[in-house]
Design a protein around this ligand. Structure first.
Ligand code: DGP
Length: 112
């Protein structure tokens, strides 16, 4: 399996990290759609929301609890948008679950 985000977790590919703990990593998106655009990922490889089960409830809850903390830490203290693309039909490009957190000028519209 060759997963770009697993390689970022392992440090084999560079990224601009903004947060890391035992289970999660957050880093700036390489193709930002807003002035600030970060991705939050579980370190464990999960392809998408199509592949999760009840055993992932804690991980998904932690992901959402982390999002505002990380958003504020990168300057999005007045709010942010969040997005999860799921599967080919949902426009997902990288098949390692990630939450987009972006914002910064409030002048853009919902991208999809
Ligand atoms: P999605 O369509 O939801 O799968 O979005 C994937 C995002 O990942 C896209 O906004 C660009 C970003 N991305 C792809 N490859 C890399 C990479 O190597 N490094 C970083 N930082 N971001 C990447």
């Amino acid at each position: 399996m060759d997963c770009i985000f697993c390689r970022i977790v392992d440090g084999d590919l560079p990224s601009r990290r903004v947060y890391e703990d035992e289970d999660f990593l957050a880093f700036h998106d390489i193709r930002p759609i807003a002035p600030v655009h970060v991705l939050i990922i579980p370190k464990r490889h999960v392809e998408s929301l199509l592949d999760i089960s009840a055993t992932d409830e804690l991980m998904l809850g932690k992901l959402l609890v982390l999002a505002p903390k990380i958003a504020v830490s990168v300057g999005l203290d007045t709010g942010f948008r969040s997005l999860i693309n799921t599967g080919h039909g949902g426009g997902q490009e990288v098949f390692h679950l990630h939450l987009h957190v972006f914002g910064g000028d409030g002048s853009y519209r919902t991208p999809i």
